[in-house]
Design a protein around this ligand. Structure first.
Ligand SMILES: [Zn+2]
Ligand SMILES: [Zn+2]
Length: 385
């Protein structure tokens, strides 16, 4: 039986019944209390955030906050100068915080499986799969509020003969920390963020090829896949609501975003990963070598299509900044170890907490009871038990 994908889908929640709702309520309350307790402090003097005069983030990296210019200058001299351009920390962002471990969990909410930076452009890659580690059955099936102009379910099914459960969800955060004076902003094209397989994983990546799928061939690359679905979910830490007209978004079709110094975005991407025999997130991750994130200096005179960035990257255009974030198989292993060694329940408990595990169990119970009832009715037993 398939479980509700993460984050919790409302239908799944409603079907979980009162027991499940009580469990999730308790979980949400714990989460709220935890984030309330974690008030921000000035990274130099330690003063707590003040609602009247909130702390200000460093505009170069947005990883630290200060109460005023004096604290910022002092901290820059003693410690922050090196860190500011190092990409060792992600910019401050609640939905993408690798340091946050929720109460009752043994793993961070956002594990980083890959990260890299080149010439002031950097990225972090995190899994975004389902709570039960199953790959999405259809592209876009987990990404909420996707573009309504996209293919209908029927069209998708027609385009994808057989072999469901092969789509890997990932989240990629990209930030511009170019410090050169007078440097132009950079454009990141979501459609050009490519998943590159390892030499070992290439046969399976190619085995799963879809009709008409774009495959980039380069000497030093193995199999590679372009995202089948992508969504810009956050811009400078704020959620991008569906239908919102974001000035930095230059092209909807390719999801091309302009990033000035310090700006950062989060993309949710989905790749067709592997052949018919791959059905779990970790099986897909094991095929990957790195995530390729190209960007180019923003040219206001260039009107697109921004997808031209991809062939330009392939031709090794000098102006293309190529960030290759190598997937750490060690971190992938550690993250999925509970699932592989102790099973799904243990994995859900250690990664999402007891409340969520109970909700899933309650949901399964509710579904199980419902099924039993249907069976009873089908067999003429009715409800009078
Ligand atoms: Zn301070
Ligand atoms: Zn900084």
């Amino acid at each position: 039986m398939s479980l509700p994908r993460y984050p919790v889908d409302v239908d799944g929640l409603m079907s979980a019944g009162a027991e499940g709702i009580a469990a999730i309520r308790a979980g949400l309350e714990a989460k709220k209390q935890q984030s309330r307790a974690a008030k921000h402090r000035c990274d130099y003097c330690g003063k707590e955030d003040d609602d009247k005069k909130p702390l200000q983030a460093c505009t170069g990296c947005r990883t630290v906050r200060y109460c005023n210019k004096t604290c910022q200058t002092a901290h820059y001299r003693v410690a922050h100068k090196r860190d500011c351009s190092s990409f060792s920390e992600t910019p401050l962002c609640r939905p993408f915080n690798p340091k946050l471990i929720l109460a009752g969990c043994s793993y961070p909410e956002v594990p980083i499986f890959a990260k890299a930076h080149v010439d002031g452009m950097g990225c972090w890659v995190s899994p975004s799969g389902s709570i039960d580690c199953s790959l999405a059955a259809l592209p876009g099936s987990r990404i909420p509020s996707r573009n309504r102009d996209n293919m209908s379910m029927e069209q998708l099914l027609a385009a994808l003969p057989g072999a469901p459960g092969r789509f890997l969800d990932i989240r990629v955060m990209v930030q511009n920390r170019v410090r050169r004076k007078g440097a132009p902003p950079m454009v990141v094209v979501g459609k050009c963020i490519i998943a590159i397989s390892s030499a070992r994983g290439t046969p399976q990546i190619i085995e799963g090829n879809l009709p008409g799928e774009v495959n980039v061939k380069l000497q030093d690359w193995n199999g590679s896949v372009t995202p089948l679905f992508l969504k810009l979910t956050h811009y400078n830490g704020k959620e991008v609501k569906s239908g919102e007209r974001l000035a930095a978004l230059k092209d909807d079709k390719t999801t091309s975003v302009v990033l000035h110094q310090g700006d950062f975005v989060i993309f949710e991407l989905q790749y067709r990963c592997g052949g018919p025999n791959i059905s779990r997130d970790f099986e897909a991750w094991e095929l990957l070598d790195h995530i390729f994130v190209p960007s180019v200096p923003y040219d206001p005179a260039f009107s697109g299509p921004w997808s031209e960035l991809l062939p330009r990257a392939v031709e090794k255009d000098d102006s293309v900044c190529e960030v290759r974030a190598k997937v750490s198989q060690e971190l992938v292993d550690r993250w999925f170890a509970d699932y592989k060694q102790k099973g799904q329940d243990a994995y859900i408990r250690s990664h999402y907490g007891e409340a969520r595990a109970q909700m899933i169990a309650a949901g399964n119970n509710a579904l199980g009871q419902h099924m039993a009832m249907m069976m009873d009715m089908a067999m003429g037993g009715g409800l009078g038990r």
